[in-house]
Design a protein around this ligand. Structure first.
Ligand SMILES: [Fe+2]
Ligand SMILES: [Fe+2]
Length: 318
């Protein structure tokens, strides 16, 4: 090793860098893109942020299916704004992944080749317009529970992206609830549509928090690194506690006969989740997995000329 000179000090060794990283995490400060980080931290974050970005982009599809069939101009404008927001969330998150050295086109390829995952929830079909309301209420509601703690995630760009994303998710949740409230004040047929959508989406919404804590391989390390702040089961419980009173106000029944308030804890007990279904959907065997990936593939391939043209144009003006 050469002696340090005035203009080029010797690089600190790995142990010193690791100690500095550990101290930053312990002090609850942020890791920024130029900071040294362990390779496993970087890889884990790329995996999590890419999965999150893919979920936002694939998540445009189930609701996007209703853009042309929205029942009024007002509903169409609201839904269009919401679906555009999800595109924005995806772009934000891909940018955050790029600060870690990932390549956006490569991440999209990995999604299409099924080498990276996205949230299981978006593999269920939207059968009626009530599904748009229930997705806003339950799916965006679950996303908020998951994402609010990520605003304090140890990786700076991810945490900052989450602040804006959460504000928009909050709007999504309210628009869904408002839509359902309107339908519940409507006809018997509309109330039945809402109940049917709740019946279909409730359990998949609970699965959004991921496997139970004792079956969640990445959770412990992710929590030690301050990327994740609460366990899957803890967040799931928080969501149930938040949602049960909202269901009562709405006048719908959640499809779980075991759902009951535990007087000792003040929290709601709920029935067993069908983890076999969850694993099947994650493995690619859900009702809409093939359709979702096929459409994403078509969007990439059919629009490749736009990317090429935009890149050529930007190159000329660089
Ligand atoms: Fe989103
Ligand atoms: Fe959303």
């Amino acid at each position: 090793m050469s002696a340090p000179t005035l203009d080029r000090p010797a690089a600190p060794d790995e142990a010193a860098l690791q100690a500095q990283f550990d101290a930053t995490i312990a002090a609850d400060h942020r890791i920024e893109p130029r900071d040294w980080m362990p390779e496993a931290y970087r890889k884990g974050l790329v995996r999590q942020i890419a999965q999150h970005a893919h979920s936002e982009i694939i998540g445009m599809q189930p609701e996007g299916d209703w853009l042309l069939a929205a029942p009024s101009l007002r509903r169409k404008a609201i839904l269009l704004a919401k679906v555009q927001d999800e595109a924005g969330h995806g772009m934000y998150l891909y940018s955050a992944a790029e600060t870690l050295g990932a390549d956006r086109a490569d991440l999209t390829d990995k999604l299409i080749e099924r080498k990276q995952k996205y949230s299981s929830i978006f593999n269920y079909p939207t059968l009626t317009y009530a599904d748009v309301g229930v997705i806003g209420w339950l799916v965006d509601g679950a996303a908020i529970c998951n994402q609010v703690p990520l605003c304090r995630s140890s990786y700076g760009p991810y945490a900052r992206a989450m602040i804006r994303v959460c504000k928009e998710e909050s709007f999504h949740q309210r628009q869904g609830y408002e839509l359902l409230m309107t339908m519940m004040r409507g006809t018997d047929g509309q109330r039945a549509m809402v109940q049917d959508a709740v019946d279909r989406w409730w359990w998949p919404s609970l699965m959004m928090f991921g496997p139970p804590d004792d079956d969640s391989p990445n959770s412990a390390q992710s929590m030690a690194w301050g990327v994740k702040r609460h366990s899957n089961d803890e967040l799931r419980q928080r969501f149930v506690d938040m949602t049960v009173p909202q269901a009562a106000v709405l006048g719908v029944t959640l499809p779980d006969p075991e759902l009951a308030l535990d007087p000792d804890t003040g929290r709601y007990r709920f029935g067993a989740i069908d983890w076999t279904e969850f694993k099947q959907v994650l493995a690619g065997n859900g009702p809409c997995n093939d359709e979702r990936i096929a459409r994403r593939r078509a969007a990439r391939d059919d629009n490749a000329w736009v990317t090429e043209a935009a890149t050529a144009y930007a190159g000329k003006h660089a």
